[in-house]
Design a protein around this ligand. Structure first.
Ligand code: DQQ
Length: 539
């Protein structure tokens, strides 16, 4: 539908048409990044799920390949659901995925490349003895899904975890295997948290406390922490926690129980779900993919003929400055799309002002910004705001002594439509400062069938740090990263006026007392090449 075609993105991964959800089995193989995904080939709504497949040299430019796996066996006829890849030490690839059977039982299946010499891994073979795992006693047949990448134990066995629930307790079940065909369940669980409900798409991976690179999934030892991530079916958000893995009994303990999985830190405070990491042996990094759904109506999705994006792949590292957070950052290849840039140095934003940034069309941008708030105002401000939260606040229109200030993205000239992405500093009566990072969708669109929530959360800011943000704008998506990626917010935005050449970007400072100095560099972003693999193999 041409009326809504401006909503299609220029450099985020999306299929040509129809519905997409979770990232599946990402890996790097023989020079190519592979990306599989939950796909409905028949409609722009969830259903008839099979595995879509695309390949890339850089995770930015993509070639769509034929479907990797379709629902053609009794053990996945109701859906070829989410799974993960494991690369064995000899280079062979095994894929484990969930199938929903004709009776809607969730079982785990094994698949592998038909031709390991094909770098594009076009054809996949399902193991004839599938399923390799069925729901164990005490687990409901519909609560057993999304196997992880396997990692090695010190005994040389492969270990995986699978999400489930027992009553209202979310749980990650553990299995060991030597051949990916026969499995032994370990007692207990990798981890479980009461009250969190079904855990989907569990992820488990090591991070380095000292090195700025990613770790292969089996790496363990001193200097290594382990991350557990669960996607909560009940509230549709991805939560992670950092902790210690006990290899012997296959358990993991969070460093801080009060920010445990499902109750603490989120990967993203906007729309972002069913995320999965993989270790990229090509560049020695761990990369996070996440499904970004629509926040308009299903009717609008049907009308436009497609639904969902994937995030820009994000490098993921342990933040050794806070020790509590991960850092997420767009993969460096994103920068290859940068075209001409504009710099704005030391722009003074008086309290209560809006300043246009003349960059031309503002629909495809990469923005780096730093903000310094007036010191005197910081000290003078009287403490009051003990209970601020982005979601329950009045958004960017609600003025405080020390904020909000930041950017207005996807805004039209008259500011009738705008999506503020901003910092808000709250001062407690004890004088302590607490910084929040928010995204206010309430005035993002004149349309009425879109999500208008205010997203955001606390962001740790350490002594001596300026406030910094990075923002990727791509037609109907804004991904924003505060403080190097400690706190991230993704929003889908559906303006009716701020589209193509009419979309603009502004600085704003809606504080009542503090002036703010902003310095920015803004790049126009090129469109990525995302199209079908040509029949003759030439592109
Ligand atoms: N999506 C898949 C399931 C998974 C869910 C089905 C998470 O395997 O639990 O499309 O979005």
């Amino acid at each position: 539908n041409s009326m809504l075609s401006w909503q299609r993105t220029a450099f985020h991964f999306q299929p040509e048409k129809n519905w997409m959800n979770d990232p599946n089995g990402p890996l790097f193989y023989k020079g190519w990044y592979h990306f599989f995904y939950q796909y409905n080939p028949n409609a722009a709504v969830w259903g008839d799920i099979v595995w879509g497949h695309a390949v890339s040299r850089d995770m930015i430019h993509w070639l769509h390949l034929p479907l990797a796996m379709v629902a053609d066996q009794w053990y996945d006829v109701n859906g070829v659901w989410t799974g993960s890849a494991t690369i064995l030490p000899d280079g062979k690839v095994v894929m484990l995925y969930t199938g929903s059977t004709a009776e809607a039982v969730q079982v785990q299946n094994l698949a592998y490349p038909a031709n390991p010499n094909d770098p594009l891994l076009i054809n996949w073979v399902k193991y004839p003895g599938n399923p390799v795992l069925v729901p164990p006693p005490g687990i409901d047949k519909m609560d057993f899904r999304d196997p992880t990448t396997a990692w090695l134990t010190s005994e040389g066995k492969w270990r995986i975890t699978i999400g489930s629930k027992i009553n209202k307790t979310g749980i990650a079940l553990i299995y060991d295997t030597t051949d990916f065909i026969n499995y032994e369940r370990l007692d207990g669980a990798l981890h479980a948290v009461s009250g969190t409900g079904m855990w989907e798409c569990v992820d488990f991976f090591p991070v380095s406390k000292t090195e700025e690179n990613g770790l292969e999934t089996s790496v363990n030892g001193p200097g290594v922490k382990h991350v557990v991530k669960a996607s909560l079916d009940d509230d549709r958000h991805d939560y992670y926690a950092i902790g210690t893995y006990h290899e012997k009994n296959g358990t993991w303990i969070p460093d801080q129980p009060e920010i445990d999985v499902g109750i603490g830190i989120r990967y993203d405070y906007g729309i972002f779900y069913a995320a999965k990491t993989f270790y990229d042996q090509n560049k020695n990094r761990r990369v996070l993919w996440g499904w970004i759904g629509e926040s308009d109506s299903e009717a609008a999705d049907v009308q436009k003929g497609w639904a969902s994006l994937q995030s820009i792949p994000r490098t993921i590292l342990f933040d050794n400055k806070t020790g509590t957070h991960l850092l997420q950052w767009p993969v460096e290849e994103t920068e290859s799309l940068r075209l001409k840039s504009n710099e704005f140095n030391q722009v003074t934003l008086q309290a209560g002002t809006v300043v246009p940034l003349d960059v031309g069309s503002a629909t495809q941008l990469d923005i780096m910004a730093e903000f310094v708030i007036d010191k005197e105002a910081l000290e003078k401000a009287t403490g009051s705001n003990e209970t601020f939260s982005c979601g329950t606040s009045g958004g960017a229109a609600e003025r405080g002594a020390l904020g909000p200030f930041g950017l207005l993205a996807l805004a039209d000239e008259s500011l009738s439509e705008k999506t503020p992405v901003y910092f808000y500093i709250a001062k407690g009566s004890d004088g302590n400062l607490k910084t929040f990072f928010c995204n206010d969708q309430s005035r993002s669109s004149a349309a009425s069938d879109v999500n208008k929530l205010i997203y955001g959360s606390f962001v740790p800011v350490l002594e001596g740090e300026n406030l910094s943000l990075r923002m990727l704008v791509d037609h109907s998506i804004i991904e924003s990263f505060a403080q190097g990626g400690r706190t991230v917010i993704t929003s889908r935005v559906y303006p009716t006026k701020a589209i193509y050449g009419a979309a603009k970007v502004f600085l704003f400072n809606n504080a009542t007392e503090a002036s703010v100095t902003a310095s920015l560099k803004i790049w126009q972003m090129n469109s990525a090449f995302i199209r079908p693999y040509p029949n003759d193999g030439k592109f």
